[in-house]
Design a protein around this ligand. Structure first.
Ligand code: ZN
Length: 480
């Protein structure tokens, strides 16, 4: 395993050099006559609020007002969160390897991940003015963390180049390598890169001013990332012991489909409806699981955990929490206050806004709306059961487990994995924002991508070929 990693580093450096357009090394002068007032929105995948707040306190991001907590969806993953923020059409799956109920099969292979056609085309990714091409993002996992850090720098250089080439009044650029850096490099690597982002934004703002224009910069991330050493949850074993069969299709009453893509803090399970309660119970009893949830009808979610049970009810945009013993979401004190202040009515329901205001500082931020959204919005094939892991536990792709040691992850309902950030040079933001509010605050609906700039177009195919090769040999070696 170590040898493979050593081997992959030179291979990967070669790929980097082969995909980097030579001119970006010399790309220091801004293109002419950009006199207008412009806005750059930079999407930094997976940067946690805590890390930005720390950098800000250390004196970085001086031109920006105080950062806001960006409250991600549940599960706190890129696809549902970006769909919510960008108001994009629903994503086929919670992750890019996903279960399609209509076709009754798992879709989205590693090959798809490496091909822009499937990874980018038709998704929210295509609506960005800048997005790195697909295989480079995947490559960040091969020679981590040095390789990931290098790729992040290349991504940022190319984004800067694309911004200078464009004259769109609102330019929205996306960097995915920040998420990989958090996962594989941890806090220090991510902070180092973010300081480069800070300097790059300073440069762009200064360039705009020097040419008589004006540039405002806004930034956000789609979810948090919690730094820790992670243990794997043995969910497959628990399901097998309970008599279920984890497989690629729902064949019969014993089938459970459990897609494993990244290495994340929540798992989505698909099974026949009558199995939901049992699968949730088996999940909830497994070490490292915080709770499991399933819908018993359109407006009811059952929550099962080792601490106890709860029933969540929805009536339009109003929600109610029924503690069935053990108060698993630890809401008792909050609910007392909400009753005292009259925001919880006689029927036990409170509005989505009141729940949000009351739970902003809670370990589970805005839990009721987010749990319902997890079963009703942003995704085409919605899960039958969702299992949320305790901090410090994850489950995901066996190949990634082999390739990389996780130093941070996201996906669960808790704060560290949930809270991304939003920050602006032109406006003060509230202490926390929900994804759909961010869309308005940053007027993301005004983005008008005319010519998407995808890095690396037109370069030789050596990079993708080598990446395929490295991933393939990793897979072959990992077979027992
Ligand atoms: Zn991630």
């Amino acid at each position: 395993m170590k040898r493979l990693r050593q081997l992959s580093l030179p291979v990967y450096m070669l790929i980097c050099c082969s995909v980097l357009p030579l001119n970006s090394w010399f790309d220091t002068s801004p293109s002419q006559s950009k006199l207008a007032s412009r806005r750059l929105v930079l999407v930094l995948d997976g940067v946690p609020y805590e890390t930005i707040a720390e950098l800000k306190a250390e004196g970085h991001f001086n031109r920006f007002k105080l950062p806001s907590r960006m409250i991600s969806t549940f599960p706190s993953l890129t696809n549902p969160s970006m769909v919510e923020i960008l108001h994009h059409d629903d994503s086929p799956g919670y992750e890019d390897h996903f279960y399609d109920r209509e076709r009754n099969r798992l879709l989205g292979t590693i090959q798809d991940r490496l091909q822009g056609q499937k990874f980018i085309a038709g998704t929210f990714r295509q609506t960005f003015d800048y997005h790195a091409d697909a295989f480079k993002g995947a490559l960040g996992y091969v020679a981590a963390p040095i390789g990931t850090a290098t790729l992040a720098q290349i991504d940022l250089m190319e984004l800067r180049h694309a911004f200078r080439e464009s004259d769109a009044p609102l330019f929205v650029g996306y960097i995915g390598e920040t998420d990989s850096l958090a996962h594989l490099g941890g806090k220090e690597h991510l902070k180092t890169f973010l300081q480069t982002v800070d300097r790059t934004m300073e440069e762009l703002i200064a360039e705009a001013a020097a040419s008589g224009g004006h540039l405002e910069v806004e930034m956000f991330s789609d979810h948090g990332n919690r730094y820790d050493t992670y243990k794997n949850v043995k969910l497959n074993d628990a399901l097998a012991e309970a008599g279920f069969v984890t497989e690629k299709t729902v064949k019969d009453e014993r089938s459970v489909v459990l897609p494993k893509h990244g290495l994340v803090g929540a798992s989505m399970l698909f099974t026949q409806p009558q199995n939901r309660a049992r699968v949730a119970e088996v999940g909830a009893a497994t070490t490292g699981v915080d709770f499991a949830v399933y819908r018993s009808d359109e407006n009811t979610i059952e929550l099962v955990s080792r601490r106890g049970r709860a029933r969540l009810l929805r009536n339009g945009e109003r929600f109610k929490y029924e503690d069935l013993g053990g108060d698993p979401l630890k809401l008792a004190t909050i609910i007392e206050t909400m009753k005292a202040t009259g925001v919880i009515k006689a029927d036990g329901f409170a509005s989505a806004d009141d729940w949000f205001a009351a739970t902003r500082e809670h370990s589970y931020v805005d839990p009721l709306r987010r749990l319902f959204d997890g079963f009703t919005k942003h995704i085409k094939t919605l899960a039958d059961v969702i299992v949320s892991y305790e901090d410090g536990y994850l489950l995901g792709s066996p190949m990634l487990t082999y390739l990389a040691e996780m130093r941070a992850t996201h996906g669960n309902l808790l704060r560290g994995e949930t809270e991304g950030f939003a920050m602006s040079t032109r406006q003060e933001l509230p202490p926390s924002v929900r994804g759909y509010e961010l869309n308005q605050l940053f007027t993301l609906d005004q983005r008008t991508k005319v010519h998407g700039h995808f890095s690396g177009n037109g370069h030789c195919q050596l990079g993708p070929a080598l990446a395929q090769h490295v991933l393939q040999s990793a897979r072959t070696n990992s077979q027992p």
